[in-house]
Design a binder for this molecule. Structure first.
Ligand code: S3P
Length: 195
């Protein structure tokens, strides 16, 4: 689908949204998945699910505790299992954790009916937004978080790019972004949104 938004910088590309039954938000830590997700879900009268919170609920522990006690690989397994459970639900906006999409073939294997949206964010902005929450994000709890964020983003971008739509979160407020997404969804839907 050609981008309607290309002239002002966003690249919204990929498959039309018609027929989607769930939305998956992907993007780096601090891209706004947990802020935009509930707003979008409310507009659609859908449920919002935060994958990190779902993992924490199932594990009965916080993500930093899981990283500390079991290591990142164990967290990734829990995260993958939880995502599999969530991605069969309809009428859901699911915010993935920043690392979930970043395994070969994962974004390509999304269940049918899933519209994926990449919330783009430059590393500097991501860090500004996550400052104060470092303790909750073990991967950024390092001496030089900006360098780490740049390295991680460089490695992850190819995976995020596999999303159907891409939106730039640095230039708009969450409310503006959601409005824009809803406009795009309405334009592309064969059936109307439930509102
Ligand atoms: C991670 C991102 C976090 C959380 C975990 C690992 C990552 O989620 O899943 O700390 O690998 O980028 P957010 O993107 O919601 O911060």
């Amino acid at each position: 689908m050609p981008s309607s938004d290309a002239q002002d910088g966003d690249s919204e590309v990929g498959e039309p949204a018609a027929g989607f039954r769930r939305i998956l938000l992907v993007g780096f830590m601090g891209s706004g998945k947990s802020t935009i997700g509930p707003l979008l879900a409310r507009e659609l009268s859908w449920r919002f699910v935060d994958l990190d919170e779902a993992v924490e609920r199932t594990a009965g522990r916080s993500i930093p505790e899981i990283f500390r006690e079991d290591g990142e690989a164990a967290f990734r397994e829990m995260e993958a299992g939880e995502a599999e459970r969530q991605l069969v639900e309809d009428g859901v906006v699911l915010a993935s954790g920043g690392g979930w999409p970043c395994f070969p073939g994962r974004m390509e294997a999304l269940p049918e009916g899933t519209l994926s949206i990449w919330l783009e964010v430059p590393p500097e902005v991501a860090l500004e937004r996550t400052t104060g929450d470092e303790a909750e994000r073990p991967l950024l709890t390092v001496p030089d978080p900006l360098r780490r964020a740049k390295e991680l983003l460089a490695a992850r971008e190819p995976y995020y790019r596999a999303a159907h739509w891409w939106v730039d979160t640095a230039r708009r407020t969450p409310e503006e972004l959601v409005k824009r997404l809803i406009e795009n969804l309405r334009r592309d839907l064969e059936r109307p949104l439930r509102d």
